[in-house]
Design a protein around this ligand. Structure first.
Ligand SMILES: Nc1ncnc2c1ncn2[C@@H]1O[C@H](COP(=O)(O)OS(=O)(=O)O)[C@@H](OP(=O)(O)O)[C@H]1O
Length: 341
């Protein structure tokens, strides 16, 4: 049987006891310190922080978007680990809803010098109070020379967005994908209908008064297509040469041509060319031969390129007449005839 110290008070033949007690105390203190360090680190250390990620605990940073609606945010996820730092976007696709904004972003992401957040951040309309650090945290990491981008089509019709983006950086490059406002309105309606099959008909939402043919301009599907009016708002804060207008129609008929213009505007080498696209007969749209970070062909998902309901030709004609003067003004402002009339 070995010798063991009886509980205190220790009798005289136990001279090492105070020393052992001090060592135990030291060990306990070290353990406490280690636990404390581990606790304080939680939420910060795990994300291998650049300066931005240290600013917010992980729990406050959404893994994906603040809002994705029926868009395809993670169609191709952005691989954001690895080298580089998160930066605020230097270029933003600000609109228009149903213009072809997802197609443009997915195509642009093929470029090695473009890094884009997949989902729509909705920072300058719905999440502005979360602050720029929150916004930056959503961005993928970029290396020197790479451009950070995002797309949120509702910015184009948000009154506060131009001032807010200008306050972030007056040099931000803006891209607007525009599409015939009549087709755009029908596309917008088709999207709503897919979520709420019980909504009234397109015709009854279009007219304030069916007999007089008075259009209800308060209906967002109509309102968004008055491009000249929304553009006026942007021109209070940005010069025209900082805004690029992409034709939604040409993005379908000649994606490489439109992508050429976009790459020039962004100061990028023309890397995305005809070779990157093929026309998918089943989908009825151009698709990528190889998507970003993949060797497989890639078409947009089923919420892009939906079949539209048939709208009575008279209603379509009335809408064409309604939009014509606004379209003319828009062509004049942009110096480009989009051929909708
Ligand atoms: N390559 C390709 N593949 C599929 N779809 C394409 C493509 N290029 C443009 N489009 C058109 O994009 C329309 C959807 O526009 P958005 O992506 O801007 O919509 S959203 O605002 O983000 O919901 C979508 O509208 P709908 O046809 O009404 O579904 C398409 O016409």
């Amino acid at each position: 049987m070995g010798y063991s110290c009886p509980p205190p008070p220790c009798p005289p033949p136990c001279p090492g006891a105070p020393l052992r007690r001090r060592a135990a105390l030291l060990a306990a203190m070290l353990l406490l310190l280690w636990v404390y360090a581990l606790y304080s680190c939680a939420g910060y250390c795990a994300s291998a922080p650049g300066p931005a990620s240290r600013l917010l605990p992980r729990a406050q940073v959404p893994a994906r978007s603040a809002s994705a609606e029926d868009d395809e945010p993670g169609a191709l996820s952005t691989f954001s680990s690895g080298a580089g730092t998160k930066k605020l976007p230097q270029a933003i696709i600000i609109g228009v809803k149903k213009g072809g904004t997802r197609a443009l972003l997915e195509f642009l992401r093929v470029h090695p010098d473009v890094r884009a957040v997949g989902a729509e951040p909705h920072f300058f309309d719905r999440n502005y109070e979360r602050g720029l650090r929150w916004y930056r945290e959503l961005m993928p990491k970029t290396l020197e020379g790479q451009i950070t981008m995002e797309k949120t089509p509702s910015y184009f019709v948000t009154r506060e967005a131009p001032a807010r983006i200008s306050a972030m950086s007056r040099d931000t490059k803006l891209i607007v994908v525009v599409r015939d406002p009549v087709t755009r309105a029908i596309s917008d309606y088709t999207q709503t209908l897919s979520k709420k099959p019980d909504i009234p008909s397109f015709e009854s939402l279009t007219f304030k008064n069916r007999t007089t043919g008075l259009i209800d301009t308060s209906w967002s599907a109509i309102q968004i297509g008055i491009y000249a009016k929304h553009l006026d708002n942007w021109l209070q804060f940005f010069p025209m040469d900082q805004i690029l207008f992409v034709s939604g129609e040409r993005l379908i008929s000649d994606p490489a041509g439109e992508l050429g213009r976009v790459q020039d505007f962004l100061g990028l080498k023309r890397i995305i060319t005809d070779k990157h696209f093929y026309f998918n007969q089943t989908k009825g749209f151009p698709c990528l031969k190889k998507a970003e970070g993949s060797s497989k062909p890639h078409c947009l998902g089923k919420t892009k390129g939906r079949t539209h309901p048939n709208i009575h030709p008279e209603v379509v004609q009335r809408l064409r007449d309604f939009y014509r003067p606004f379209n003319m003004k828009f062509y004049q402002m942009t110096g480009h005839d989009f051929g909708w009339d």
